[in-house]
Write a protein that binds this ligand. Structure first.
Ligand code: SAM
Length: 341
């Protein structure tokens, strides 16, 4: 018999194979996805948001977005929780060491992607057990946004990198080899960019003129010019123009980091590890992220059991949105809480 986590490990490789196939089909130049700075960058999820939805006095919390450790530290300091934290950014090793030093056995930290977690737990022989809460605070951490070499900020001049894990292709490499159709699709699907084809064409045109886009300010300049030239934006005003430019950064970030597939995996993981009544607390920084999370949650929200001949199947609901939890967060973004049924 396989444990649920072993099955998820197998699913991981299937998902990545499927993803690779999709990418190859889209064109030899397409790889993985990126992001940018559409969201606030510091955390808002804390114990006052999570704890009212948890029954256990000694909860087990899986923080899938450890970042600078703000959420984890708040839970460890103010509640009796045990926290398992994960982040794929190698720079989070510092956060992990600090939390381990301060909270000992109550905190366990891993470096890796969401899709690596089953393998990491298997490797260390760790039984996660039933979790009371899974936390996903999507977007970019404060340290990531402040580090110009990471390319997450639209402000100032930074290297056009945008990789959370610091592995794989950078945003700059992706733009260098992208083709019109693929780039336009990435911007539209991952970022919800309006006039995505025009924007993609203007980005690529710069390349054909042998001018590289290697930094965030160079990308910003191309996008600004592209929007200023396009009559479509004349009536719309500066605010909408700026939001659309932010969406370009968001779409690229999401593509670079394969965020769609990772997000789907994380939601499946939450389905497996959460105990009945446990909650997935998810902070999203953009409308696109919000609709993707909701889609992934409710697309597979039902399992069918006991199909007897001639009878209607019994449908079990996997998730429900906890009422009144669509909180607008201080620094932007929305927090949604889903309960595992
Ligand atoms: C908004 S930050 C989290 C901030 C954190 N709550 C805090 O208190 O500092 C999101 C974090 O998720 C991480 N992340 C994004 N996608 C990931 C993935 N697929 N696997 C692991 N970590 C991921 C990023 O590296 C980033 O550090």
């Amino acid at each position: 018999m396989f444990s649920k986590l072993q099955i998820l490990t197998m699913l991981t490789s299937t998902i990545s194979k499927l993803f690779m196939t999709k990418m190859v089909c889209r064109g030899a130049n397409m790889f993985r996805c990126t992001t940018s700075a559409a969201k606030h960058f510091s955390t808002n999820i804390d114990n006052s948001i999570v704890m009212p939805h948890i029954q256990s006095s000694y909860p087990v919390v899986l923080d899938l977005t450890l970042g600078d450790g703000g959420t984890a530290k708040d839970l460890l300091s103010n509640t009796s929780s045990k926290v398992v934290g994960l982040d794929c950014d190698p720079k989070c090793m510092q956060t992990i060491s600090k939390l381990q030093e301060e909270f000992g056995e109550r905190f366990t930290g891993y470096l890796g992607k969401w899709s690596d977690l089953p393998m990491l737990l298997n490797r260390d022989g760790v039984e996660l057990g039933a979790c009371d809460a899974v936390i996903m605070d999507m977007g970019v951490s404060t340290n990531q946004v402040l580090d110009k070499d990471r390319g997450f900020s639209m402000e100032g001049s930074g290297v056009l990198d945008m990789r959370f894990s610091m592995e794989g292709l950078t945003c700059e490499q992706i733009l260098r080899s992208a083709e019109l159709e693929s780039l336009s699709r990435i911007l539209k699907v991952y970022g919800g960019v309006l006039k995505s084809r025009t924007v993609a064409r203007d980005i690529l045109e710069r390349k054909y003129m042998m001018e590289e886009i290697e930094t965030t300010d160079q990308l910003l300049e191309v996008l600004q010019n592209s929007h200023d030239r396009d009559e479509f934006w004349e009536e719309k005003g500066e605010k909408l123009k700026h939001e659309n430019i932010q969406k370009v950064f968001l779409g690229l970030r999401m593509f670079v980091n394969n965020e769609l597939n990772e997000m789907e995996f994380a939601i499946r993981l939450a389905e497996v590890v959460l105990s009945k009544g446990g909650v997935l607390v998810c902070e999203v920084g953009s409308q696109v992220e919000q609709s993707l999370v909701t889609k992934f949650i409710f697309r597979k929200s039902a399992t069918v059991g006991n199909v007897e001949e001639g009878r209607a199947p019994v449908v079990h609901q996997l998730w429900e949105l906890v009422e009144g939890t669509s909180l607008e967060m201080e620094e932007g973004g929305t927090c949604l809480i889903f309960r595992r049924c």
